[in-house]
Design a protein. Structure first.
Length: 256
């Protein structure tokens, strides 16, 4: 496990159709693009008729009386922003090879399970802990779990999880409970237990992914030194360690 204070994450939004966004340069209205590259691009009818976003009259058109060639349009734009916050990376690449589809599904399940369990332990809303759906380590040809504080600059949540030695055990309990719930046919509760606000992922995952995640985490924990090894490499500099200790003391004093 690696901890980075002030880590840099690039957040990218490709739009609903993964083709980017059409943006009105007159009022700022934006809508997902509907077509790929074409010589003569035209946005959707709803975009062509959109009202100015600062106009209370929804019937008025922002581009009324403009000719198609003169409309202030920025089309098929992919939006991105840099997010500076505290990040932890848990490397499972040795066990989750990128050449296998089930490895990707297992990485997604592990990410969600660790995130939900971490939020329960810290007694915070899961939305306070961000995540990458899956993260590939190209140099190691496998997947890792990436979690971060959603608050810009860091709120100390992932930092405090570094000192929570039963985090992985609690995650294993959640996975086991999820399997029992799924076996009983209670799909909605299974969705809540494991994927929380990202239940849409459930339908696209291999049904065996949860079982694989439980088997992997269980076998690693039974090895005895799994969590100790993870925490041994969690902080790579003395400066980061001091900063982490200071944050944890502040968090604990605030809770009192």
């Amino acid at each position: 496990m690696y901890y980075q204070e002030g880590g840099e994450i690039l957040a990218i939004n490709e739009g609903e159709n993964r083709l980017g966004f059409d943006i009105c340069l007159k009022c700022g209205y934006a809508e997902s693009s509907i077509k790929a590259n074409t010589e003569k691009y035209e946005p959707s009818p709803s975009f062509l008729e959109h009202p100015p976003i600062f106009n209370s009259k929804e019937t008025s058109s922002c581009w009324k009386d403009n000719k198609i060639g003169k409309k202030p349009l920025l089309d098929r734009q992919i939006i991105a922003a840099t997010h500076i916050t505290d990040v932890i990376v848990i490397n499972f690449s040795k066990f989750l090879n990128q050449t296998k589809q089930e490895s990707k599904d297992t990485a997604i399940i592990l990410t969600q399970a660790l995130r939900i369990t971490g939020a329960q332990i810290l007694e915070v809303d899961p939305r306070n802990i961000g995540f990458l759906e899956y993260f590939l380590l190209p140099s190691e040809n496998g997947f890792a779990v990436v979690l971060f504080d959603t608050l810009t600059g860091g709120a100390g949540h992932v930092c405090e999880l570094l000192e929570t030695y039963n985090w992985f055990e609690k995650t294993l309990e959640l996975l086991t409970a999820s399997l029992r719930t799924s076996a009983s046919g209670d799909r909605e509760n299974f969705r809540y237990l494991l994927l929380a606000d990202n239940s849409r992922l459930l339908s696209s995952l291999d049904p065996l992914a949860v079982q694989n995640a439980e088997n992997l985490l269980g076998s690693l924990l039974r090895g005895g030194s799994f969590t100790e090894k993870l925490h041994l490499n969690s902080v790579t500099s003395e400066r980061s360690k001091k900063s982490k200790d200071e944050r944890i003391r502040k968090i604990k004093s605030t809770k009192r």
